[in-house]
Design a protein around this ligand. Structure first.
Ligand SMILES: [Zn+2]
Length: 199
């Protein structure tokens, strides 16, 4: 169901893409295309929110706020916060490119945070966001995302108490020189960058 929602809204594309990591892939996600529809955003995030609520109810997890790394995490975090009944805000890059809490957003010492992403590829933005929040005394208890598209990184455990994904996609990322699609001479699309969105 989630895959078909991603496809029908153009949030999951097949082709030949340059990722922000420099790797090439045959799948590209632009979850904002799905999240622009509030009813679809609700239905794609509801199953994850349900699992998180169950863990909160059983005492495994505690969440005071949801934080999404901008830009991809903003809408996803907002909808997750709405469903969990907690506030939601975001981290974004400052003028030097470092992830930061801006706009007067605050987190109190000891508050428990869920980081919410649209797509997790390397978890780089999530880890940077966790460092920012922890430096302010918050506890980052879990990471959630709509699409988990980690490949090689999957073997490496994430430093979060819990990790939730609506869907896991086995996407292959190739180094440019080993890319079979380049070998076939297919044109390479550059649909986004880390600054513009999430690849
Ligand atoms: Zn290629």
């Amino acid at each position: 169901m989630i895959i078909s929602l991603l496809k029908e809204t153009g949030a999951m594309l097949d082709g030949h893409f340059l990722l922000s990591s420099g790797c090439h892939s045959d799948i590209y996600f632009q979850c904002a295309r799905l999240l622009q529809y509030p009813d679809k955003a609700r239905s794609v995030i509801a199953p994850i929110a349900e699992r998180i609520r169950a863990d909160i109810d059983s005492g495994i997890l505690s969440i005071d706020a949801v934080v999404g790394p901008a830009i991809g995490g903003i809408t996803a975090a907002y909808e997750m916060g709405r469903q969990l009944g907690v506030r939601a805000f975001w981290t974004e890059r400052d003028d030097c490119g470092a992830m930061a809490l801006r706009r007067g957003f605050e987190i109190d010492v000891g508050q428990n945070v869920l980081i919410m992403e649209d797509v997790v590829t390397t978890a780089k933005s999530s880890l940077e966001t966790a460092r920012v929040l922890e430096s302010l005394g918050a506890k980052v208890t879990a990471l959630a995302c709509i699409v988990d598209r980690r490949s090689g990184e999957r073997a490496r455990p994430l430093p979060f108490h819990a990790f939730y994904a609506a869907v896991r996609i086995e996407a292959v990322n190739w180094n440019a020189e080993e890319c079979p699609l380049c070998g076939k001479g297919l044109p390479l699309a550059k649909p986004g960058s880390r600054k513009q969105g999430k690849v």
